[in-house]
Design a protein around this ligand. Structure first.
Ligand code: SAM
Length: 344
């Protein structure tokens, strides 16, 4: 099978995972966001367009065997962290089986999951037992009516119960991700801080991005998080620079507590120069950037008999296609796929 091996730079050393997945801008890729489904049991208005039905057909979903092959190849090339996402990952059948398989791959350092927590009550213990270390829960409001509106039908009580189940199961840390939305939840930032402090959850605020039609609609409610930081700084004594981590959040600690709050600012202060990740959608498309179309379709290769060595070469070549940065500001209409199709 011809795999453009001419494109592989001569300095790539396949036996040295440290040098394999480095993009043209010197960024080492060590993190994969793996979407296990594009379906979701909620419909956050800024994520999935109203009436959206264009979900992938099951025949196009990567099987657990196919996912394991790709993640195994990535991990041999130096990827140490994988986050399962979607869509809502907990709607994919038999997910614990996949988690067990991925957790036992040599070199897998950190396996985590993003969820809306609606189904978490029933799954938390099994997730923990199968190998998930920690979870991120998306939660934009603590008001039941508002939650129903934002998610177009969701039940806040189920989410809160799911969060308690996560705590009880020993998933740690539990991080709450709250998209800041002007005119929608901008009266709840302090309330969310208080809730997370009480429950020992880490909180992260996120700026809304113009991803897909729904994302562009959501961007009408865009809020620069520097304003949220200023607002919280008036109420709390915030100590900067704690918990560097491998991600884009800038963290602060509330003085005198263990509570940490992070700010993820893809729009007001992007962090593309330190991007260390790629995303794979449920149909096996590898996206090199959340905000660009650069991608490579792995499914046809997997189903066409590619060998493990060839697969690794394809991944190395793919990383060479990673663009320098998103262009949400300059080209807000650039990305037409919605967040749940890419894997959030
Ligand atoms: N269902 C899981 C969950 O709720 O965390 C994982 C998928 S969801 C697409 C992942 C995250 O993407 C959520 O925190 C959601 O709020 C965020 N998201 C979706 N569309 C977004 C947008 N346009 N801008 C910023 N964040 C977005």
């Amino acid at each position: 099978m011809a795999l453009c091996s001419a494109m592989i730079p001569v300095h790539t050393n396949f036996n040295d995972p440290q040098s394999a997945l480095v993009d043209p801008f010197g960024r080492r890729i060590e993190y994969v966001r793996l979407s296990v489904t594009d379906k979701c049991n909620l419909r956050c208005f800024y994520c999935l367009p109203k009436g959206f039905r264009d979900f992938e057909t099951p025949a196009h979903w990567l099987s657990f065997d196919e996912i394991e092959r790709v993640i195994s190849a990535f991990s041999e090339l130096g990827v140490k962290r994988v986050r399962l996402t979607g869509g809502e990952p907990l709607v994919r059948k038999n997910l614990p089986e996949l988690i067990t398989r991925l957790a036992s791959l040599p070199g897998m350092g950190d396996l985590s999951l993003s969820t809306n927590a609606s189904l978490l009550s029933d799954h938390a213990t099994q997730l923990k037992d199968s190998g998930i270390n920690r979870i991120n829960v998306s939660l934009d409001t603590l008001k039941a009516d508002r939650f129903k509106d934002v998610t177009q039908g969701g039940d806040l009580l189920k989410v809160l119960a799911g969060l308690q189940a996560a705590r009880k199961a020993g998933l740690n840390p539990v991080k709450i991700n709250m998209v800041a939305l002007k005119g929608i939840n901008d009266d709840e930032f302090e309330g969310m801080v208080e809730y997370c402090m009480r429950n020992d959850f880490t909180l992260r605020f996120i700026e809304t991005m113009p991803i897909g039609e729904a994302g562009r609609e959501g961007s009408q409610h865009y809020l620069d998080l520097h304003r949220v930081l200023d607002q919280l700084g008036k109420r709390y004594d915030l100590i900067p620079g704690v918990m560097a981590g491998g991600g884009p959040a800038k963290y602060f600690q509330v003085k005198g507590t263990d509570f940490r709050v992070g700010f993820i600012t893809p729009i007001s202060q992007h962090f593309c120069e330190t991007c260390n990740r790629v995303r794979m959608s449920v149909d096996g498309t590898l996206y090199l950037c959340l905000g660009q179309e650069h991608s490579i379709a792995l499914r046809p290769l997997l189903r066409d008999g590619i060998t493990d060595e060839q697969l690794k070469q394809v991944l190395i070549e793919a990383i060479r296609l990673k663009p320098a940065r998103h262009e949400f500001d300059e080209k807000p209409g650039q990305v037409n796929r919605c967040m749940s199709q890419t894997g959030g």
